[in-house]
Design a protein around this ligand. Sequence first.
Ligand code: HXC
Length: 525
Amino acid sequence: MDTLDELRAEARAGGGEDKTRKRHEEGRLTARERLDVLLDKDSFNELGMFVTHDCHDFGMEEKKFLGDGVVTGYGTVHGRLVYVISEDFTVLGGSLSKKYAEKIALTQSLALKNGAPMINLKDSGGARIQEGIDSLAGYGMVFMGNVRASGVIPQISVIMGPCAGGAVYSPALTDFVFMVDSRSYMFLTGPDVIREVTHEEVTFEELGGAAAHNSKSGVAHFRCDSEEQALSMVRELLTYLPQNNMEDPPVVVHKKRTGLRGKLGSLVKQVRGGGREEALERVLPDNQSLPYDMKRIIAGIVDEDSFFEVHRHFAPSIIVGFGRLEGMTIGIVANQPAHLAGVLDTLSSAKAARFVRFCDSFNIPLLVLEDAPGFLPGVSQEHTGVIKEGAKLLYAFCEATVPRITVVIRKAYGGAYIAMNSKQIGADLNFAWPTAQIAVMGAEGAVKILFRRQLASSPEPEDERRQLVDQYNLKFSNPYVSASKGYIDEVIKPSETRSRLIAAFSSLRTKLEKRIDRKHGNMPL
Ligand code: HXC
């Protein structure tokens, strides 16, 4: 009989020395090394180390590996409990058997019962082909576990290598997907099958690499340079999140620089005319129709270095991500005028809707920074469902009960005014900068429609048009009409924004809002 130590060593060897060496030569970490990087030192407790598959076909009796290709258990990240699975490609390509699926399902149910995040490190060729229907049944169990946990505990997936066939749907059901450049691929059907069926030639990278899924499909939320970077970003992401839907996110206060360097820094800021908050007075260009980078405004509002962007490469006309205000996590949804003027379209609406729903599930207050000329016009937008996708954003905001604040920075035109967290769809407090233009549409467009006939018969159409545009701007392109009607609670200076938001979010900390009980709504998917 082998000793326990020998059995443990055998399990830890995964698919054997040769396969492990090959992984290292390719510059990849093993399943257990990845857990060492992810978790706090010596905090990992393994479960199911001696589980093996029970398949007897296709010579599988000869291919039994202790642990069966997936390492499962729990540990800590920054001292907080997390449950983990790490797929081991050295064992039969990380392919999923029924027993392997049972290990994952058990870990999912422990994470759910104990209210701790579930982190999945994926590296698998999909359903274990030798097991046939048993492995498909296994995937069903895993997907069920993902959906049961959805909205109760944060679920994070990191694609470390291939993630093929049935393996793709578990990450797709989780909250955040990380991918590693030139290392990870996600696809339902690989290039060989695609060549046979559709005669298209495509590489793994083009089909389902980190770039493709971050910027084209939107399946992935984070694109990383290396496995180590992905794992360290997961650790950082967790600092913004609560353990489960019954808790609040942790308060993480930025350590201010003290001592001589800190004092010198603030002196220099005073001499130069203020720090980050004062700089907000100078972000907007004088010409109202010129673009600027909304991230500069975000940087002037949140605690120093606390912005953690999500879905950076996808639908960049909207920005979503986590930040902190005096250590408290907030979720930020902001139009990006530097890209397509910050317009709402099919992809940006769906991107923002998903983020809003995540924040609402996990007690993360929402801040909306608005500068949007409306929904993008066009046949392709109409035909790809801008109505349905825009409805998703409306639905997500209408449904959200977490504290919600909007700051209108510049344009809030038409549908964008309503959809970007207006008071009428449930925002708690709505502020506007003096530069805000809250109107059905821009002055130029409005004048064209309202005065078409008058301008056509005018002896000086250009002069008259300019006068009418000025009149329209005077009447509507400011925040004061909306403030007089109560749609805006307060017009605030850019440099006051951070302090006003800190006070406002702290006043909403005890917010209690209930919706009528129902099984679930019918979101326009
Ligand atoms: C059993 C598998 C396997 C699988 C890989 N292996 N995938 N064994 N079932 N699904 C084994 C290989 O036979 C090989 O064993 C070892 O893992 C390493 O695989 P390689 O092909 O040598 O590695 P690599 O060249 O890096 O290619 C990786 C790969 C490729 C791209 C993932 O293996 C591949 O295309 N696999 C099949 C992917 C796929 O079509 N999966 C779908 C399954 S059906 P040896 O012993 O030679 O080392 C499915 C159901 C869909 O998932 C359900 C949808 C909801």
